[in-house]
Design a protein around this ligand. Structure first.
Ligand code: 8YV
Length: 316
């Protein structure tokens, strides 16, 4: 029986499925693995089911490795040096599809909360400081019929476009590196990121983090946005130059932001926490029991396929 390490506690059905087929070690700790722990795991286990925060950098792929497959829990695998893994003969899989709807839902939550000042309102009530309704209190931005700009029209970007178009009657413009033949809704692909930033009321980032997308959302993108526009990030924090975002918010260059991810997660700058017009989530993207179960099952399916000698269903 192959020895598998699962690096965080996952929902019970996932652990049961893994245990039915493998000799499973569960690392029942919520913190990311250290470099030393990872090196040790790469030498001891046949396969690992890692997740966000487990920094599998090039160093993890040197030496005498027992591990032949990493079945990542999550669609984003920017914490894994896939080139180094490939060089060392270690296969890598991820969990696309399972995360799409939940992540798009979180984008909608952040868009609505930020545009409608829901966080501010919630804090007011919770603080016992709500003196009563009046017609000009906490006026936010109407979302219906506005324009959303989506950066990256992959699976999650398209799910966001559907929600915005069918749910809120929004016009959809988007930026995507390659031409998108079927956006799934009436939508306009614009030539540049700054064109999209300039054309929309809500700008939503739905790209993977890669060396190419690092700080892709920078000073010039915020400068192109409208002063009434809201910025939303559900992808990865380092796609955004967080210092530039803070400057844009503080100077009123943009109206607000809704963030599920941060450049130096889990560090959230005090400057962001101090701003009322910012909605801050602790990377809630896929945080539902059903979705985390589906993600885990997908990761286990990839391990089973690998050790049964079949092709990985979700190779990266
Ligand atoms: C996951 C995510 O919960 O799937 C992803 O890439 O960003 C999250 O929603 C997390 O990455 C689990 O590893």
């Amino acid at each position: 029986m192959e020895k598998i390490l699962i690096t965080r506690r996952l929902p019970d059905p996932v652990l049961d499925a893994a245990r039915a087929r493998f000799d499973v070690t569960l690392r029942d700790d919520t913190t990311p693995m250290s470099a030393a722990e990872l090196a040790d795991a790469m030498a001891q286990y046949d396969g690992i089911l890692p997740t966000l925060g487990d920094q599998l950098t090039a160093d993890a792929f040197v030496g005498d490795l027992k591990c032949r497959v990493l079945a990542n829990f999550g669609v984003g695998y920017n914490h894994i040096d896939v080139t180094a893994a490939r060089g060392a003969g270690v296969a890598v899989s991820n969990t696309p599809g399972a995360v799409t709807d939940a992540t798009a839902d979180i984008a909608m939550t952040l868009m609505l909360m930020t545009c409608r000042r829901a966080g501010e309102g919630e804090r007011l009530v919770r603080a016992g400081q709500w003196a009563g309704w009046h017609p000009t209190q906490l006026l936010g931005q109407h979302v219906s019929g506005k324009t959303v700009g989506i950066v990256g029209l992959g699976r999650i970007g398209k799910a966001i476009a559907r929600r915005c178009h069918f749910g809120f009657g929004m016009d959809v413009v988007f930026y995507n590196r390659s031409q998108v033949a079927d956006p799934g809704v009436p939508a306009q692909q614009l030539n540049s990121l700054t064109d999209v930033a300039n054309a929309c009321d809500v700008l939503i980032v739905a790209l993977p983090a890669t060396p190419e997308t690092h700080h892709m959302i920078n000073v010039s993108v915020f400068a192109a946005m409208r002063p009434t526009a809201v910025f939303v990030n559900i992808a990865r924090g380092d796609i955004v130059d967080e210092t530039a975002l803070i400057d844009a918010l503080q100077s009123g260059q943009i109206a607000g932001a809704g963030l599920d991810v941060y450049e130096f997660e889990p560090k959230v700058p005090q400057a962001l926490r101090a701003l009322e017009n910012v909605t801050l989530f602790p990377h809630l993207g896929t945080a539902t029991l059903e979705v985390r179960t589906a993600m885990g099952m997908m990761a286990v399916d990839n391990l089973v396929a690998f050790f049964d000698g079949r092709d990985l269903p979700n190779p990266v």
